[in-house]
Design a protein. Structure first.
Length: 353
Protein backbone atom coordinates (compact mmCIF):
# COMPACT_ATOMS: atom_id res chain seq x y z
CA UNK A 1 0.00 0.00 0.00
CA UNK A 2 1.10 3.56 -0.76
CA UNK A 3 1.13 6.20 1.99
CA UNK A 4 2.12 9.70 0.88
CA UNK A 5 0.93 11.56 3.98
CA UNK A 6 3.48 13.73 5.78
CA UNK A 7 2.26 13.52 9.36
CA UNK A 8 2.82 16.32 11.84
CA UNK A 9 5.65 15.55 14.25
CA UNK A 10 3.43 16.97 17.01
CA UNK A 11 0.68 14.33 16.50
CA UNK A 12 -1.65 13.75 18.18
CA UNK A 13 -2.54 17.43 18.23
CA UNK A 14 -5.51 16.90 20.55
CA UNK A 15 -6.45 14.14 22.99
CA UNK A 16 -9.53 13.78 25.25
CA UNK A 17 -7.54 15.05 28.23
CA UNK A 18 -6.91 18.39 26.47
CA UNK A 19 -10.50 19.68 26.75
CA UNK A 20 -12.95 20.04 29.64
CA UNK A 21 -16.21 18.09 29.52
CA UNK A 22 -19.29 20.08 28.55
CA UNK A 23 -21.32 19.02 31.61
CA UNK A 24 -20.63 17.91 35.17
CA UNK A 25 -20.92 14.15 35.45
CA UNK A 26 -19.67 13.48 31.93
CA UNK A 27 -16.13 12.79 30.70
CA UNK A 28 -14.69 13.08 27.21
CA UNK A 29 -14.06 9.66 25.71
CA UNK A 30 -13.05 10.66 22.19
CA UNK A 31 -12.15 13.62 19.99
CA UNK A 32 -12.97 12.92 16.37
CA UNK A 33 -13.04 14.08 12.78
CA UNK A 34 -13.01 17.90 12.81
CA UNK A 35 -14.48 20.19 10.22
CA UNK A 36 -11.86 22.78 9.22
CA UNK A 37 -12.07 26.37 8.04
CA UNK A 38 -10.21 29.68 8.11
CA UNK A 39 -11.71 32.70 9.83
CA UNK A 40 -10.23 36.01 10.98
CA UNK A 41 -6.72 34.90 10.01
CA UNK A 42 -6.76 31.71 12.06
CA UNK A 43 -7.21 28.00 11.42
CA UNK A 44 -10.33 26.65 13.10
CA UNK A 45 -11.43 23.13 13.94
CA UNK A 46 -15.02 22.15 14.62
CA UNK A 47 -14.15 19.04 16.61
CA UNK A 48 -16.60 16.25 17.38
CA UNK A 49 -16.44 15.70 21.15
CA UNK A 50 -17.89 12.39 22.37
CA UNK A 51 -18.81 12.12 26.04
CA UNK A 52 -20.28 9.61 28.48
CA UNK A 53 -20.41 9.12 32.27
CA UNK A 54 -17.51 7.44 34.00
CA UNK A 55 -18.17 3.73 33.61
CA UNK A 56 -18.82 1.65 36.74
CA UNK A 57 -18.35 -2.08 37.06
CA UNK A 58 -21.43 -4.09 36.17
CA UNK A 59 -23.23 -1.21 34.39
CA UNK A 60 -23.14 0.42 30.95
CA UNK A 61 -24.22 4.05 31.14
CA UNK A 62 -24.62 6.58 28.35
CA UNK A 63 -26.30 9.97 27.78
CA UNK A 64 -29.11 10.94 25.42
CA UNK A 65 -30.72 14.33 24.80
CA UNK A 66 -34.35 14.89 25.82
CA UNK A 67 -36.63 17.92 25.77
CA UNK A 68 -35.58 18.74 29.32
CA UNK A 69 -31.84 18.17 28.92
CA UNK A 70 -29.34 15.33 29.11
CA UNK A 71 -30.60 12.03 30.51
CA UNK A 72 -28.29 9.21 31.65
CA UNK A 73 -29.44 5.67 30.86
CA UNK A 74 -27.95 2.78 32.86
CA UNK A 75 -28.15 -0.88 31.82
CA UNK A 76 -26.68 -3.83 33.78
CA UNK A 77 -23.96 -5.51 31.73
CA UNK A 78 -25.52 -8.92 32.43
CA UNK A 79 -28.94 -7.91 31.09
CA UNK A 80 -30.07 -10.75 28.81
CA UNK A 81 -31.35 -8.41 26.09
CA UNK A 82 -28.12 -6.39 25.87
CA UNK A 83 -25.65 -6.63 22.97
CA UNK A 84 -22.54 -4.60 23.80
CA UNK A 85 -20.10 -6.26 21.40
CA UNK A 86 -19.35 -2.93 19.59
CA UNK A 87 -17.57 -0.14 21.49
CA UNK A 88 -19.61 2.47 19.60
CA UNK A 89 -23.18 1.10 19.52
CA UNK A 90 -25.16 -1.09 21.86
CA UNK A 91 -28.50 -2.79 21.33
CA UNK A 92 -30.92 -3.20 24.21
CA UNK A 93 -34.38 -4.74 23.85
CA UNK A 94 -34.09 -4.38 20.08
CA UNK A 95 -33.24 -0.65 20.16
CA UNK A 96 -29.85 0.78 19.14
CA UNK A 97 -28.10 3.39 21.29
CA UNK A 98 -24.76 5.17 20.98
CA UNK A 99 -22.34 4.58 23.86
CA UNK A 100 -21.36 8.27 23.71
CA UNK A 101 -23.15 11.55 23.02
CA UNK A 102 -21.38 13.90 20.58
CA UNK A 103 -21.43 17.67 20.20
CA UNK A 104 -19.28 20.06 18.13
CA UNK A 105 -16.67 22.30 19.78
CA UNK A 106 -14.85 25.26 18.18
CA UNK A 107 -11.05 25.47 18.57
CA UNK A 108 -8.67 27.87 16.84
CA UNK A 109 -4.94 28.24 16.20
CA UNK A 110 -2.52 30.86 14.90
CA UNK A 111 -0.02 28.24 13.67
CA UNK A 112 -2.28 25.33 12.68
CA UNK A 113 -0.68 23.11 15.34
CA UNK A 114 -1.49 24.47 18.79
CA UNK A 115 -5.25 24.76 19.23
CA UNK A 116 -7.23 26.35 22.04
CA UNK A 117 -10.85 27.08 22.86
CA UNK A 118 -11.60 30.79 22.31
CA UNK A 119 -14.02 32.64 24.56
CA UNK A 120 -17.42 33.79 23.39
CA UNK A 121 -18.22 31.01 20.91
CA UNK A 122 -21.04 28.51 21.49
CA UNK A 123 -20.86 24.75 21.78
CA UNK A 124 -23.04 23.23 19.04
CA UNK A 125 -25.28 20.52 20.45
CA UNK A 126 -28.06 18.35 19.15
CA UNK A 127 -31.55 19.85 19.22
CA UNK A 128 -34.90 18.15 18.69
CA UNK A 129 -35.93 14.52 18.21
CA UNK A 130 -33.79 13.96 15.11
CA UNK A 131 -30.59 14.91 17.03
CA UNK A 132 -31.38 13.15 20.34
CA UNK A 133 -28.25 10.97 20.11
CA UNK A 134 -26.06 13.94 19.18
CA UNK A 135 -24.48 15.58 16.13
CA UNK A 136 -21.24 14.34 14.56
CA UNK A 137 -18.54 14.72 11.90
CA UNK A 138 -19.19 18.22 10.54
CA UNK A 139 -17.98 19.39 7.13
CA UNK A 140 -17.63 23.15 6.59
CA UNK A 141 -18.01 24.91 3.23
CA UNK A 142 -17.61 28.66 2.65
CA UNK A 143 -19.85 29.85 -0.20
CA UNK A 144 -20.35 33.53 -1.04
CA UNK A 145 -19.51 34.69 2.47
CA UNK A 146 -21.65 32.14 4.30
CA UNK A 147 -20.43 29.00 6.09
CA UNK A 148 -22.48 25.84 5.49
CA UNK A 149 -22.19 23.19 8.22
CA UNK A 150 -23.30 19.71 7.20
CA UNK A 151 -23.20 17.15 9.98
CA UNK A 152 -24.54 13.76 10.97
CA UNK A 153 -27.76 13.92 13.01
CA UNK A 154 -28.31 10.80 15.11
CA UNK A 155 -31.45 9.56 16.85
CA UNK A 156 -33.45 6.38 17.27
CA UNK A 157 -35.10 7.34 13.96
CA UNK A 158 -31.78 6.81 12.17
CA UNK A 159 -28.77 8.75 10.90
CA UNK A 160 -29.29 11.70 8.53
CA UNK A 161 -27.66 14.95 7.41
CA UNK A 162 -28.38 18.20 9.24
CA UNK A 163 -27.53 21.73 8.07
CA UNK A 164 -26.80 24.96 9.91
CA UNK A 165 -25.38 28.14 8.40
CA UNK A 166 -23.52 31.11 9.88
CA UNK A 167 -21.52 34.17 8.92
CA UNK A 168 -19.96 34.96 12.32
CA UNK A 169 -19.79 31.59 14.18
CA UNK A 170 -21.89 33.03 16.99
CA UNK A 171 -25.34 33.09 15.39
CA UNK A 172 -26.60 30.09 13.45
CA UNK A 173 -29.58 29.47 11.21
CA UNK A 174 -30.93 25.92 11.50
CA UNK A 175 -32.24 24.26 8.34
CA UNK A 176 -33.21 20.90 9.85
CA UNK A 177 -32.44 17.57 8.21
CA UNK A 178 -31.64 18.07 4.52
CA UNK A 179 -31.00 14.39 3.68
CA UNK A 180 -33.05 11.84 5.62
CA UNK A 181 -31.88 8.58 7.16
CA UNK A 182 -29.85 6.66 6.39
CA UNK A 183 -27.30 9.20 5.11
CA UNK A 184 -24.06 10.89 6.18
CA UNK A 185 -20.66 12.13 4.90
CA UNK A 186 -22.18 15.18 3.17
CA UNK A 187 -19.62 17.61 1.69
CA UNK A 188 -20.84 20.70 -0.20
CA UNK A 189 -18.68 22.13 -3.00
CA UNK A 190 -17.39 25.63 -2.18
CA UNK A 191 -18.44 27.03 -5.55
CA UNK A 192 -21.63 26.91 -7.55
CA UNK A 193 -21.39 25.11 -10.89
CA UNK A 194 -23.63 26.46 -13.65
CA UNK A 195 -25.63 28.27 -10.98
CA UNK A 196 -26.26 25.20 -8.83
CA UNK A 197 -24.95 23.99 -5.49
CA UNK A 198 -23.40 20.50 -5.52
CA UNK A 199 -22.72 18.08 -2.69
CA UNK A 200 -21.35 14.60 -2.17
CA UNK A 201 -23.23 12.36 0.25
CA UNK A 202 -23.45 8.73 1.34
CA UNK A 203 -26.80 6.96 1.60
CA UNK A 204 -26.52 3.41 2.93
CA UNK A 205 -28.16 0.15 1.98
CA UNK A 206 -27.90 -3.17 3.79
CA UNK A 207 -29.74 -5.29 1.21
CA UNK A 208 -29.34 -4.18 -2.42
CA UNK A 209 -26.53 -1.74 -3.16
CA UNK A 210 -24.06 -0.65 -0.51
CA UNK A 211 -22.29 2.24 1.21
CA UNK A 212 -21.48 4.31 -1.89
CA UNK A 213 -20.70 7.97 -2.61
CA UNK A 214 -23.45 9.89 -4.40
CA UNK A 215 -23.66 13.43 -5.79
CA UNK A 216 -26.65 15.79 -5.70
CA UNK A 217 -27.45 19.34 -6.81
CA UNK A 218 -29.55 22.11 -5.31
CA UNK A 219 -30.82 25.57 -6.30
CA UNK A 220 -30.44 26.94 -2.76
CA UNK A 221 -28.11 24.68 -0.74
CA UNK A 222 -31.04 23.35 1.30
CA UNK A 223 -33.28 21.35 -1.04
CA UNK A 224 -31.40 18.60 -2.86
CA UNK A 225 -32.22 16.45 -5.89
CA UNK A 226 -30.84 14.94 -9.09
CA UNK A 227 -29.01 12.28 -7.07
CA UNK A 228 -26.48 10.04 -8.79
CA UNK A 229 -24.17 7.30 -7.48
CA UNK A 230 -20.58 8.02 -8.55
CA UNK A 231 -18.17 5.94 -6.40
CA UNK A 232 -18.76 2.34 -5.31
CA UNK A 233 -16.86 -0.05 -3.09
CA UNK A 234 -14.32 -2.26 -4.86
CA UNK A 235 -14.11 -5.94 -4.08
CA UNK A 236 -10.70 -7.09 -2.88
CA UNK A 237 -9.33 -3.56 -2.43
CA UNK A 238 -8.85 -1.35 0.63
CA UNK A 239 -12.28 0.27 0.12
CA UNK A 240 -14.25 -2.95 -0.30
CA UNK A 241 -16.80 -2.43 2.51
CA UNK A 242 -17.73 1.26 2.53
CA UNK A 243 -16.70 4.60 1.06
CA UNK A 244 -17.58 8.16 2.04
CA UNK A 245 -16.64 11.71 1.11
CA UNK A 246 -14.11 13.70 3.12
CA UNK A 247 -14.13 17.50 3.13
CA UNK A 248 -15.37 19.85 0.43
CA UNK A 249 -13.80 18.95 -2.96
CA UNK A 250 -10.77 20.95 -4.08
CA UNK A 251 -10.95 22.81 -7.41
CA UNK A 252 -7.83 22.11 -9.51
CA UNK A 253 -6.96 22.65 -13.14
CA UNK A 254 -7.59 18.96 -13.84
CA UNK A 255 -10.94 18.69 -12.03
CA UNK A 256 -12.60 18.61 -8.62
CA UNK A 257 -10.37 16.57 -6.32
CA UNK A 258 -12.00 14.71 -3.43
CA UNK A 259 -10.09 13.00 -0.64
CA UNK A 260 -12.35 10.22 0.63
CA UNK A 261 -12.30 7.43 3.18
CA UNK A 262 -12.75 3.75 2.55
CA UNK A 263 -12.94 0.72 4.82
CA UNK A 264 -12.47 -2.99 4.26
CA UNK A 265 -14.09 -6.03 5.90
CA UNK A 266 -11.68 -5.73 8.84
CA UNK A 267 -12.89 -2.15 9.54
CA UNK A 268 -9.54 -0.64 8.57
CA UNK A 269 -10.15 2.94 7.45
CA UNK A 270 -7.77 4.47 4.88
CA UNK A 271 -7.86 7.56 2.65
CA UNK A 272 -7.92 7.71 -1.14
CA UNK A 273 -8.78 10.28 -3.81
CA UNK A 274 -10.88 10.70 -6.93
CA UNK A 275 -11.27 13.42 -9.55
CA UNK A 276 -14.51 14.83 -11.00
CA UNK A 277 -15.11 16.82 -14.17
CA UNK A 278 -15.01 20.60 -13.61
CA UNK A 279 -18.20 21.35 -15.55
CA UNK A 280 -20.09 18.15 -14.66
CA UNK A 281 -18.89 16.76 -11.32
CA UNK A 282 -21.21 13.77 -11.65
CA UNK A 283 -18.55 12.43 -14.05
CA UNK A 284 -15.65 10.74 -12.23
CA UNK A 285 -12.60 10.89 -14.48
CA UNK A 286 -9.93 9.35 -12.22
CA UNK A 287 -9.50 7.47 -8.93
CA UNK A 288 -6.62 6.10 -6.89
CA UNK A 289 -6.35 2.33 -6.83
CA UNK A 290 -4.08 2.41 -3.78
CA UNK A 291 -4.83 4.45 -0.66
CA UNK A 292 -2.91 7.67 -0.10
CA UNK A 293 -2.92 7.23 3.69
CA UNK A 294 -2.99 4.06 5.80
CA UNK A 295 -3.15 3.70 9.59
CA UNK A 296 0.47 3.02 10.61
CA UNK A 297 1.29 5.12 13.67
CA UNK A 298 0.52 3.86 17.18
CA UNK A 299 -2.09 6.60 17.71
CA UNK A 300 -3.82 5.47 14.49
CA UNK A 301 -3.71 1.77 15.33
CA UNK A 302 -4.76 1.87 19.00
CA UNK A 303 -7.53 3.89 20.57
CA UNK A 304 -11.27 3.86 21.16
CA UNK A 305 -11.77 2.16 17.77
CA UNK A 306 -8.38 1.38 16.28
CA UNK A 307 -6.94 1.06 12.78
CA UNK A 308 -8.63 4.26 11.59
CA UNK A 309 -7.65 7.44 9.75
CA UNK A 310 -10.68 9.57 8.85
CA UNK A 311 -10.84 13.14 7.55
CA UNK A 312 -13.61 15.61 6.85
CA UNK A 313 -11.57 18.79 7.05
CA UNK A 314 -8.64 20.37 5.20
CA UNK A 315 -7.04 23.62 4.10
CA UNK A 316 -5.41 24.23 0.72
CA UNK A 317 -2.22 26.19 1.43
CA UNK A 318 -1.29 29.37 -0.53
CA UNK A 319 1.19 27.48 -2.73
CA UNK A 320 -1.81 25.75 -4.36
CA UNK A 321 -0.21 22.31 -4.07
CA UNK A 322 -0.07 21.57 -0.35
CA UNK A 323 -3.22 20.31 1.36
CA UNK A 324 -3.17 20.22 5.16
CA UNK A 325 -5.70 17.70 6.41
CA UNK A 326 -6.84 17.34 9.98
CA UNK A 327 -8.01 13.85 10.74
CA UNK A 328 -9.38 11.59 13.40
CA UNK A 329 -7.13 8.73 14.48
CA UNK A 330 -8.52 5.60 16.15
CA UNK A 331 -11.78 7.46 16.90
CA UNK A 332 -9.94 9.13 19.80
CA UNK A 333 -7.33 11.69 18.69
CA UNK A 334 -7.15 14.68 16.32
CA UNK A 335 -4.04 14.76 14.13
CA UNK A 336 -2.60 16.63 11.17
CA UNK A 337 -0.85 15.68 7.92
CA UNK A 338 0.15 17.31 4.63
CA UNK A 339 -0.29 16.06 1.07
CA UNK A 340 0.95 17.29 -2.28
CA UNK A 341 -1.80 17.55 -4.91
CA UNK A 342 0.78 16.71 -7.60
CA UNK A 343 1.72 13.57 -5.71
CA UNK A 344 -1.95 12.59 -5.43
CA UNK A 345 -2.26 13.14 -9.20
CA UNK A 346 0.59 10.67 -9.75
CA UNK A 347 -1.50 7.94 -8.08
CA UNK A 348 -4.73 8.65 -9.97
CA UNK A 349 -5.79 6.20 -12.66
CA UNK A 350 -7.71 8.03 -15.37
CA UNK A 351 -10.68 6.36 -17.04
CA UNK A 352 -10.76 6.10 -20.82
CA UNK A 353 -14.53 6.31 -21.10
Amino acid sequence: MKDIAKRFEQNPLLSPKDLPASTDGLQITCLLNPGVFQYEGKTWLLVRVAERPEQKEGVISFPILTETGTEIIEIPTNAPELDASDARIINYKGVDYLTTLSHLRLLCSEDGINFYEPEGYPILVGEGVLEAFGIEDCRVALIEGKYYLTFTSVSDNGVGVGLRTTTDWKNFEKHGMILPAHNKDCAIFEEKINGMFYALHRPSSVEIGGNYIWIASSPDGVHWGNHKCIIKTRKGLWDSKRVGAGATPIKTEKGWLSIYHGANENHQYCLGAFLMDLEDPSKVIAQTELPIMVPTEEYELSGFFGNVVFTNGHIVEPDGDTVTIYYGASDEFVCGAKFSIKEIYSLLKFSHV
